[in-house]
Ligand binder design. Structure first.
Ligand code: ADP
Length: 403
């Protein structure tokens, strides 16, 4: 790059003593960032007022001293070498690209900085003008965002476990209770003075079928976790919706919710984490169910749709016939800890949104004909997948509430 630097050097105007004079000093002095000018020996030739404020030294304490006094001790041994290589190839560039840089204040405290290096040719040779930006506030914000992110990930895991275990509990409680009742009945039929083998057989058949139902629930959870490995895989959202509806069947039936399952055409697969996406759908359906708890004067309807959108996206919408979202709250429902429920944690939608955005998609709420619609938009994989037929709930089938 020697030729480039030579070219660069030729293009740079040489500052005469006059040009480095009063006007130049005024500009440097009033700059909002700390500006330190050094020569090739590394001695400080000029600083501005902001440098005094940022580093806590007076100008007199800095001028003529090695610039290393502003560098934390652990970085000092390397600094002269870096300086020499900059002077060998003096082009404007940020310092330490990709590394975290720190400044050292007079009181010994350190702070994160970004440094821009600019060579200036003067009659006395090349000087380097370093513009130093204190990025403590930005770093603090980044740290907060990072902490928030890890908290969300943690909450995500806790919430997944919570949501899932309550769904599993709902699903297997009923067949387990049925098994106990039927087993007791079977025992009674067998231990009567005149055992009734037909009745006993019927009781045992019922126990077998309930046992299969429990096994199905457990298998669907295992399948969900197999799919949710660390790697993104091709996910069929329709299959995923069906498995969530299957998992929540008892819960939805109990609430007398009519499920309008409108997965009407083949949609392309999306790339993602099956378990995470399943959690989003589960959460949105659970919220829809809870919103409809308040509905007693009309049908409780959960409408789930999937469709191709703009040729290269998949849109899933989950609509309920609940009371809808108060316009005052619509902007806040995705905020962490926002809840209108007495027992709510307010993390569900925040987690759902972070999962969908982590998949380069969008999640938003709108108003439906009665209640709310939650929409998930995800980039489609290129190849369209034919609809699977092995789903626990058939297409366009409504799960009617049990009488
Ligand atoms: P939580 O369910 O613990 O309250 P969420 O983040 O899942 O947390 O939801 C936040 C809030 O969004 C809920 O308290 C509720 O006010 C509103 N909300 C979510 N889903 C619906 C829905 N389907 N209909 C109406 N309001 C909803």
């Amino acid at each position: 790059m020697a030729a480039g630097s030579e070219g660069n050097r030729q293009l740079r105007p040489k500052l005469t003593r006059h040009k480095t004079g009063e006007r130049f000093r005024q500009v440097v002095e009033s700059a909002p960032n700390a500006i330190v000018m050094i020569g090739s020996t590394g001695l400080i030739e000029m600083v501005n007022a902001q440098t005094e404020r940022v580093f806590g030294y007076s100008r007199d304490e800095l001028l003529g001293k090695p610039v290393e006094m502003l560098v934390p001790e652990r970085y000092r041994p390397n600094h002269p070498g870096l300086r020499t290589s900059f002077f060998a190839n003096p082009v404007s560039r940020p310092m330490g690209a990709g590394r975290d840089l720190y400044g050292l204040r007079k009181d010994g405290s350190e702070f994160p900085v970004e440094i821009g290096l600019n060579p200036i040719d003067t009659e006395d040779g090349t000087l380097v003008l370093s513009a130093i930006v204190d990025i403590s506030a930005r770093k603090r914000l980044e740290d907060q965002v990072h902490a928030m992110d890890s908290m969300l990930t943690h909450m995500n895991r806790v919430a997944t476990a919570g949501e899932l275990s309550s769904s599993i509990a709902h699903e297997i409680k009923q067949p387990l209770a049925a098994m106990v009742i039927r087993a007791n009945a079977g025992l009674r039929w067998l231990t009567r003075d005149t055992p009734d083998l037909d009745e006993a057989r019927a009781a045992f058949r019922a126990i077998v079928s309930s046992g299969h139902r429990v096994a199905e629930v457990i298998e669907s959870v295992r399948a969900m976790y197999r799919k949710s490995s660390q790697h993104r895989v091709s996910v069929d959202l329709d299959d995923l919706i069906q498995s969530v509806l299957g998992l929540m069947r008892v819960e939805l039936e109990k609430k007398k919710i009519i499920v309008q399952n409108e997965l009407t055409g083949p949609i392309p697969a999306v790339m993602g984490h099956g378990g995470q996406l399943q959690q989003v759908i589960l959460n949105l359906i659970r919220n829809a169910g809870e919103a409809m708890d308040a509905v007693s004067n009309r049908e409780r309807v959960l409408r789930v749709r999937s469709a191709i959108h703009n040729t290269n996206e998949v849109l899933v919408s989950i609509e309920d016939s609940g009371p809808g979202i108060d316009p005052e709250n619509i902007k806040r429902i995705f905020d962490p800890f926002f809840t209108t429920k007495s027992e709510g944690m307010g993390m569900g939608l925040a987690i759902c949104r972070s999962i969908i955005e982590g998949h380069n998609g969008r999640l938003w709420a709108s108003s439906g004909s009665h209640g709310s619609v939650f929409n998930i938009l995800l980039p489609a994989q290129k190849i369209a997948k034919a609809r699977s037929t092995k789903s626990p709930v058939k297409n366009s089938e409504a799960i009617e509430p049990s009488p």
